[in-house]
Ligand binder design. Structure first.
Ligand code: BGC
Length: 493
């Protein structure tokens, strides 16, 4: 090799080495910025022991205020007017309609002779067409009544004769002020619903009118929140269950409260009892103690109900995927993750909670399932590295951890209110009936919830809490409640 050629080979090799070093340097620099931002977020989003106690204590205070007559509280603490609970001795055939998340359900049940015996159950899940989330409320109710009549006719129910109408239970999973078990007023829509013409009106009346219009009159004899449905369904077979909880598209809990503590209760319940189920509407919890960041405020501002449902927006299935997307976008903008803020990452709801739970459950070393989701949902085929995928997995877990910590603080507060958290005597075993996709399908979330409960209540006390999945709890509860409330029943011909 001539001197000249040798020199140029050295020059090329030198340049390549320098470029390699520069790339490595940049990668390390970007990597450390990413890790730095992650550490910062982790600190802001997760609560230490003292922070958890602050949330629990504010929750406790607002529960007491919410039960009082005129004290402001973000917790609605709605008396459900449920003073009858299925005992397992109900008989007959009932229908129920269950509206709450992304679908609605038509339910039929035949209660048998033995205590708690269910002879037949039929559930039909109907997808709600996208336009019905915002259509006039009358149209949404007409759509549901129509589907329900088709369902009922298939089962042999027919139009009422001699004034005897089919009895329908209504599981309506939105905040409603109750006047009685089967009348009330919608306080606000939540989750994806924003149908004009319903807030301030009685959902039971709207539903009965919708059935009347298609000439199939029914008696809606009870309207229950899904949490109350879950509790009722669980108590149908186990009278020791004291709490009903939903961890799904939305989140909420109800519990059995001493009537003497419910100072705001104006009406005396039908049968004078010592207890009443209170629908906490904990998704509406607002507090300075909540770890809310900029991206949470942005999400709130672009939601259908800005300013409302603060806890729900930090914890429930409708929002966790979107919170994650917003965090990923922040990383893309500030640290160059995925090569920058690609357009798909800027689309609202591009990631759902079922997507992020799949990422969270990805236990492979190279993160193949995570890569698949980033590719299919965000179109990130080229830009993701091994380290990016690890980071995405950590972010997903962080979002789930924050959610589980806040739910655990709510459970701890609720148990304190019920004097069952161990501070008023030995900790009693407490069964919480739970339904909802987040609880049912998101294993890592469930595990985080249990460990957060251990942190806030202590290991021994936390082990006295049994979180029991109540399959189809809201639907089953509404239909058994219809049975408990019915003075008489009408079955198919
Ligand atoms: C509603 C509650 C409901 C919860 C779970 C919330 O958005 O306000 O009434 O129980 O979702 O479905």
């Amino acid at each position: 090799m001539t001197d000249g050629r040798q020199k140029s080979v050295y020059a090329i090799a030198g340049a390549a080495a320098a470029a390699g070093l520069l790339a490595l340097g940049l990668q390390t620099w970007y990597g450390s910025r990413k890790r730095g931002l992650f550490r910062q977020l982790r600190k802001q989003m997760l609560l230490d022991d003292a922070g958890l106690v602050l949330v629990r204590d504010d929750f406790c205070k607002q529960m007491v205020d919410g039960l009082a007559k005129d004290r402001p509280s973000s917790l609605l603490m709605i008396p459900s007017m449920v003073d009858i609970i299925p005992t397992g001795n109900e008989r007959g055939e009932y229908l129920a309609l269950d509206l709450g998340g992304t679908n609605f359900r038509c339910v039929y049940i035949k209660l048998g002779e033995g205590k708690g015996q269910i002879d037949d159950v039929k559930i039909e899940q109907c997808e709600i067409p996208e336009h019905h989330f915002t259509s006039p409320a009358q149209d949404l109710f007409a759509f549901m009544a129509d589907r329900m009549v088709t369902f009922a006719k298939k089962l042999g129910f027919s139009r009422a004769r001699d004034g005897e109408r089919p009895v329908v239970g209504f599981c309506f999973s939105f905040p409603c002020e109750h006047i009685s078990l089967n009348s009330g007023k919608l306080i606000r829509w939540t989750k994806k619903f924003a149908n004009p013409g319903a807030v301030g009106n009685d959902p039971v009346q709207m539903l009965e009118e919708a059935f009347d219009k298609i000439d199939f009159p029914v008696d809606v004899d009870c309207m229950v929140n899904d949490t109350v449905g879950v509790l009722a369904a669980a108590r149908y077979v186990d009278s020791s269950v004291m709490i009903g909880m939903i961890l799904g598209t939305g989140t909420n809990a109800c519990y059995v409260e001493k009537i003497d503590n419910v100072q705001k209760l104006q009406q005396t319940p039908r049968k004078r009892r010592r207890t009443m189920i209170i629908n906490i509407e904990w998704g509406a919890f607002t507090s300075k103690t909540l770890p809310k960041l900029d991206f949470d405020r942005d999400l709130d501002a672009s939601s259908t109900n800005p300013g409302a449902m603060q806890l729900e927006k930090l914890t429930s299935g409708m929002y966790l995927g979107e919170v994650t997307r917003r965090i990923l976008l922040k990383f893309a903008e500030e640290t160059g993750l995925f090569g920058g803020p690609v357009p798909t990452l800027q689309e609202e709801d591009a990631l759902t909670t079922p997507d992020t739970s799949k990422i969270d459950h990805d236990s492979t070393f190279f993160g193949g399932p995570t890569a698949d989701i980033l590719r299919s949902e965000l179109g990130l085929g080229h830009w993701q590295t091994f380290w990016d995928r690890q980071l995405v997995r950590d972010i997903v877990r962080l979002v789930a951890q924050r959610s589980s910590q806040l739910i655990a603080a709510g459970i701890a507060a609720l148990l304190r209110q019920m004097e069952r958290d161990g501070t008023f005597g030995p900790m009693e075993r407490t069964v919480v009936a739970v339904d909802g996709g987040m609880f049912q399908h998101y294993r890592a979330f469930r595990e985080e919830l249990l460990s957060a409960l251990e942190r806030i209540m202590g290991v021994e006390a936390a082990h006295q809490i049994v979180l029991k999945h109540q399959q189809d709890g809201s639907s089953m509860g509404a239909v058994t409640m219809a049975g408990a409330a019915a003075p008489s029943q009408v079955g198919p011909d």
